[in-house]
Design a protein around this ligand. Structure first.
Ligand SMILES: Nc1nc2c(ncn2[C@@H]2O[C@H](COP(=O)(O)O[C@H]3[C@@H](O)[C@H](n4cnc5c(=O)[nH]c(N)nc54)O[C@@H]3COP(=O)(O)O)[C@@H](O)[C@H]2O)c(=O)[nH]1
Length: 807
């Protein structure tokens, strides 16, 4: 950079030197011209003065001649014109009759006299001189003498010279006079016949110089102005040249910079003419396209076209370049290897100083990698990475399109919400790898049953959605649902030779029948799924209005349930457990109630399922245990003879690892004997959690807590677990007791349960004893205990208190 500026400075200095030289030459030329002009003017002044002198001489000669021809001129004498003493007296003493004196004026006298008086005014001094003067008046001065001698010697009749007379330049002219015949008489009379005479005229040069100076002034002014103009032009040209030099250097520097950018840029650059023929490319162009400069130069840019864009694309692109001089966008081009790739291209038109387009410059970068990442991101934004199925976003997108399209065409569609039954257990028991394997297999199996136009998406977890479009008959969805469920008949391989069994629940929403907007369709399908799961799993349900209503209620209830514990809205009722042999109340069963602020006292079936579903049952259950134990302690302290406190446990509670801890805590805190606590669980709960609860039951047993099987006879009829878990009591379900008198089926069933209990050495209790007849029958069978409205409804503790106290 500094090299460049030094060079610029050097060139500028050189230009300035030339300018100075030109200025000096120009000034010298002018000065020479002025000097020459001055000399010419001076010469002209001299010439004019000389001519004035000669004019005088001519006039003098004419006067002399005239006077000579007339023999002289008589004039009256006065103090200015005294008598001519040079002549004899006869010629100057003449008197006129009136007494005036006249004198004869010879030519000499007249002219001398004339110049004496008027020479000053005329600016000319003229006098007659003679080589042999008869008076001092005729005597030549030094110059005149010299000139007379020269003229005599050189036979010349005239001489002139510019001399300094009293420091004033004066033109002096001298002209010899010939002795003419008419003068001879006079000369003879005066004995000066052979005299050499001459007229000598002196003309001061100053007036002529002055006149010339006046003429010169405008010339000098004009000349000065001309000099200034010339000098100005020289300076202007110098400045222009200096600027052009600087600009040229700057342009060169910019060009060098541009060349550096061109060569070192990571973006490909191609310069083409207006026909699209390549003129130059940079190294990055070569590395991106594979074409070296020599290969591509002269070839048309269309060699790079990939064929991926149609002619309309190129027409629009070139139309933009021609209209605005510019185009930018993404384009697919072809490398020399034939591979096509995306590039981000900017095409700019280069214009000359007249605004005419001269070239096109294309600058581009290979965006293959960016594109791939972008594609990957787009893919991830719309796909589930585990199963490669469309995700929620894409499913919504497709559903929205389908709703719109089907709305126009009048065809039907359906959304199926799929939920895997027992998947959570697989994940919990065998780990996420096994779970992932199952999910991939589920996706694979489901796809086998669907058509190409259907969408199978995974929303997350074990939730899948199927979108069916263009259904000619909405009922056909049911057969698809059945087929999908059947796909789960086969076990799922989870590796290491292990297999698990899963079920499938499906909720179906038809559109536009059930709903017309995406959100509603999805919500309704979800609600239908809930119904399917409620309906026993491994089944499907269609959406209905009633279902929506119950779903809404469920939501409201769930919100209230979450607050019920902290608002202390739960209470426990207690129902007596009666020993049938003597009708004594030997224990109580704690039964939960919810005092809902708006709905009143709610029985357990209204909220326990929801509490189980949401997991709230764990903390509610802990409260029940704590509260019931506290109450029991209070009764025992007051001397009530109660040996059993029955507490219901839901399967969810039973599976929860904190169960034993919470019972231990209650025992510890309330001081209730653990032996009075009897936990009621269902057979199903026991069997479902069999692997998980074995240790837990052992701990409970070790604590002294008793176990009763609730609703015995309605679930699995496996008896081995009765011994295995050291069960203490069987409770015969209401449904068996309620029609014990009429049914031929129920009597043997109840009798069998009582017999079984006896043989296993278990206590047995009948639930739902409402009538004496039922009591009589059960007593006859030898049933140990009974519970039912016949004895008492579930009561608040203080009422139960009264009941027991009252006997
Ligand atoms: N996990 C928990 N579950 C609980 C708890 N409290 C109750 N429950 C469960 O709710 C079920 C229904 O209980 P509830 O509505 O209180 O009904 C009990 C009695 O009112 C009813 N019963 C008693 N005698 C009769 C009768 O003669 N006729 C008739 N129709 N019903 C009667 O039976 C229920 C008690 O039955 P059981 O538990 O099988 O002994 C209840 O079954 C529990 O599953 C809780 O705190 N936690």
């Amino acid at each position: 950079m500094s090299d460049i500026s030094d060079q610029v400075k050097r060139e500028c200095r050189s230009i300035q030197r030339y300018a100075l030289l030109a200025l000096v030459i120009w000034s010298l030329l002018f000065l020479g011209g002025f000097v020459e002009y001055e000399a010419l003017t001076e010469a002209r002044s001299v010439t004019l003065a000389r001519e004035a002198a000669k004019a005088n001489i001519g006039r003098d000669i004419a006067l002399r001649t005239w006077i000579s021809e007339h023999g002289g001129l008589y004039i009256e004498t006065n103090e200015h014109t005294p008598p001519n003493r040079a002549l004899d007296a006869s010629t100057h003493g003449l008197l006129t009759p009136d007494g005036r004196q006249l004198t004869l004026m010879s030519s000499d006298y007249l002219i001398r006299h004339f110049y004496q008086h008027f020479g000053q005014q005329l600016g000319v001094d003229s006098r007659l001189i003679s080589a042999s003067p008869v008076s001092d008046l005729e005597r030549p001065d030094h110059w005149e003498r010299k000139m007379l001698d020269w003229m005599i010697d050189s036979q010349r009749s005239e001489a002139f010279e510019l001399v300094d007379s009293d420091r004033k330049p004066t033109v002096r002219v001298i002209q010899r006079l010939g002795l003419e015949s008419r003068c001879r008489g006079c000369h003879l009379r005066r004995s000066v016949e052979d005299r050499v005479g001459a007229i000598s005229v002196s003309v001061p040069l100053a007036p002529f110089q002055q006149r010339q100076a006046e003429v010169q002034r405008p010339v000098y002014l004009g000349g000065g102005a001309f000099w200034f103009c010339g000098s100005g032009i020289i300076l202007l040209i110098t400045e222009l040249r200096r600027r052009r030099t600087v600009e040229r250097h700057e342009a060169n520097s910019e060009l060098r910079q541009a060349a550096t950018v061109f060569l070192s840029s990571h973006e490909g650059v191609v310069i083409a003419n207006l026909e699209g023929d390549v003129l130059a490319v940079n190294p990055a162009f070569t590395s991106i396209t594979g074409y070296a400069q020599d290969e591509i130069k002269g070839r048309n840019l269309n060699i790079l076209q990939s064929g991926r864009q149609n002619t309309t694309f190129y027409e629009e692109m070139w139309s933009s370049i021609k209209q605005s001089g510019f185009w930018r966008g993404e384009i697919w081009n072809r490398r020399k290897s034939g591979e096509i790739y995306p590039e981000w291209l900017t095409v700019s038109t280069v214009f000359d100083e007249q605004g005419e387009a001269t070239n096109y410059v294309g600058v581009f970068s290979d965006i293959s990698v960016i594109k791939q990442s972008q594609d990957q991101l787009e893919y991830l934004a719309y796909h589930d990475p585990l199963t490669a199925l469309p995700n929620r976003a894409m499913m919504r997108d497709r559903l929205e399109h389908a709703v719109e399209r089907l709305h126009r065409s009048g065809a039907h569609g359906a959304v199926m919400f799929l939920d895997l039954d027992r998947f959570k257990s697989v994940n919990d028991s065998y780990g996420h790898r096994a779970g992932d394997r199952v999910l991939r297999e589920v996706a694979r199996r489901l796809k086998t049953r669907l058509r190409e136009g259907d969408t199978l998406a995974r929303l997350g977890g074990d939730e899948f959605v199927v979108l069916l479009e263009d259904l000619s008959n909405p009922q056909s969805v049911a057969s698809v649902a059945r087929d999908l469920i059947t796909l789960f008949d086969e076990l799922f391989d989870i590796g290491d030779g292990r297999h698990v069994s899963l079920g499938l629940s499906i909720g179906i929403c038809l559109f536009p029948e059930d709903a017309e907007c995406t959100d509603d369709i999805l919500q309704y399908a979800d609600a239908a799924l809930y119904q399917a799961k409620e309906g026993g799993r491994n089944t499907y349900r269609f959406y209905t209005d009633a279902l929506t209503q119950s779903a809404r209620e469920k939501l409201a209830l769930e919100a209230a349930l979450r607050l019920a514990l902290e608002r202390q809205e739960f209470v426990l009722f207690y129902q007596p457990l009666v020993r049938l042999s003597d009708r004594e109340i030997t224990g109580v069963e704690a039964l939960l109630r919810w005092r809902h602020p708006e709905l009143g006292v709610l029985p357990p079936e209204k909220f326990i399922p929801l509490a189980e579903e949401t997991g709230l049952i764990v903390s509610i259950g802990e409260w029940v245990i704590q509260e019931a134990c506290g109450q029991m302690r209070s009764w025992l302290d007051r001397g009530l003879e109660l040996s059993t406190l029955a507490i219901n446990l839901s399967p969810v509670q039973f599976r929860h690892r904190g169960l034993v801890d919470s019972i231990e805590r209650a025992v510890l805190e309330t001081g209730v004997p653990p032996g009075v606590i009897e936990l009621e669980v269902t057979e199903t709960a026991l069997m479902d959690s069999i692997g998980l609860i074995e240790q837990r039951i052992a701990r409970l047993k070790a604590l002294g807590v008793r176990l009763a099987i609730d609703d015995f006879g309605t679930g699995y009829s496996s008896l081995s677990y009765l011994r295995r878990f050291n069960i203490n009591k069987l409770k015969i379900a209401h449904s068996f007791v309620s029609n014990i008198e009429e049914g031929e089926i129920n009597q043997p069933l109840v009798s069998t349960i009582v017999t079984l209990a006896r043989s296993l050495n278990l206590q047995v209790m009948a639930e739902g004893v409402e009538r004496d007849s039922q009591l009589g029958y059960l007593s006859k069978l030898g049933c140990d205990f009974g519970q039912g409205y016949l004895f008492s409804h579930p009561l608040p503790p203080e009422e139960l208190d009264r009941l027991i106290q009252g006997g």
